[in-house]
Design a protein around this ligand. Structure first.
Ligand SMILES: Cc1ncc(COP(=O)(O)O)c(C=O)c1O
Length: 361
């Protein structure tokens, strides 16, 4: 039996929630949007939350909220999904990459510090694969921080604060493989009421809350999330703790099945940091692409995840990036494989993947 790469947990609660919205006729700009925002903020412990159409939209609005604009530099991780760097370019600012920590795979605070210049307007750490980035270390620079928490719902910092609840604008994504899904969608958590007002306006074509429909007092976008999606999100939020626990359980099975092998495993939780499990990514010692092919031959899908952003053709051509600039990132990116991973994965499926991987090696 072929194993899926990812699979959302959807049931009657989700069906009912979406049907209710369909029957109400209020498909957008209705009551489910603020309900989902409030429930999400409460679950996380964030002051404010704004629902948007994607994690990428959340990143764009977050960077605008902290004042990133043309000519600015934003220090960020090259080991991320491309959207975290692209969003910086949307504002004609420059992503300045700094290398990652070889254990956590997150932005190395020392490398980030060395990359700061007089033009640095913000820092954009990514909580990659759901492991908390060292945001407290970055806070020491006194620069605005935007957190890419798109993979990190459920993660907790060493001081007990959930990732995304420190007060910096933080972004979440709800694509179908994420810890919580609305099909497509995103959330931006915020610590300041002014940021919330600006984001809510800019996601809705720059319209102020008290304005007539066709009056706009600033540049805006259509980054709205529908009531259908928010209803789905509310139903998913009800089962989020359970889904997160199931993901952690599956990760535990993988860890046991691959223990003692030459496969590099995701770093275990350390110093009080807690990972919010999103993907199970391993590093193989050699021949990554052949291993992916061998897995495919045995009905096991897998992905080279993640490629280094600075070595993607667009970034090479635009900025002249070359191999060797960020050696830790490049080494990890060349050896990483995302394995099938989802909350209802069985122990038998995990054993099948692990066996296929060890045989391939
Ligand atoms: C680290 C990271 N940043 C940003 C995004 C963008 O989110 P979306 O696909 O919802 O635009 C993702 C989504 O996969 C991600 O993993």
């Amino acid at each position: 039996m072929t194993i899926p790469m990812a699979q959302p947990v959807l049931g009657e609660a989700e069906e009912q929630a979406v049907l209710e919205v369909l029957r109400s006729g209020r498909l957008s700009l209705g009551p489910r949007v603020p309900e989902f925002e409030r429930a999400f903020a409460e679950w996380l412990g964030a002051r404010h939350a704004s629902a948007v159409s994607s994690g990428t939209a959340a990143l764009h609005l977050a960077l605008r909220a902290v004042g990133v604009s043309e000519g600015d530099e934003v220090v960020t991780s090259p080991f991320s999904f491309v959207a975290s760097a692209n969003a910086i370019l949307y504002e004609r600012a420059t992503p300045v990459f700094a290398d990652i920590d070889p254990v956590t795979l997150n932005l190395d605070p020392d490398a980030a510090a060395a990359a700061i210049t007089g033009r640095t307007r913000a820092l954009l750490p990514v909580h990659i694969f759901g492991y908390p980035a060292d945001v407290p270390a970055l806070e020491a620079h006194g620069l605005p921080i935007v957190e890419d928490a798109c993979e990190a719902l459920g993660a907790v910092h060493a001081d007990g604060v959930k990732v995304g609840a420190r007060g910096h604008p933080a972004t979440f994504a709800f694509y179908a493989n994420k810890q919580l899904t609305t099909g497509e969608g995103g959330m931006l958590t915020l610590g300041s009421a002014e940021h919330k007002e600006r984001v809510d306006s800019e996601r809705n074509q720059g319209r102020a809350p008290d304005m007539d429909w066709l009056d706009h007092d600033r540049l805006g976008f259509n980054y709205r999330l529908t009531d259908l999606a928010c209803a789905l999100g509310l139903a998913q939020l009800e089962r989020l703790d359970e889904m997160l626990a199931d993901r952690a359980k599956v990760a535990g099975w993988y860890r046991e099945a691959l223990a003692g092998s030459e496969v590099g495993l995701p770093c275990p939780d350390a110093d009080g940091n807690v990972r919010g499990w999103f993907v199970f990514v391993v590093q193989v010692p050699r021949e990554r692409d052949r291993v992916i092919g061998a897995l495919r031959d045995r009905g096991v899908p897998s992905k080279p995840y993640l490629p280094a952003i600075h070595l993607m053709s667009f970034y090479r051509e635009r900025f002249g990036h070359r191999e060797g600039e960020f050696p830790v990132c490049e080494d990890v990116a060349a050896r990483s494989i995302a394995l099938p991973f989802f909350p209802r994965m069985t122990e038998g499926q995990v054993a099948q993947v692990a066996e296929a991987l060890l045989t391939a090696l």
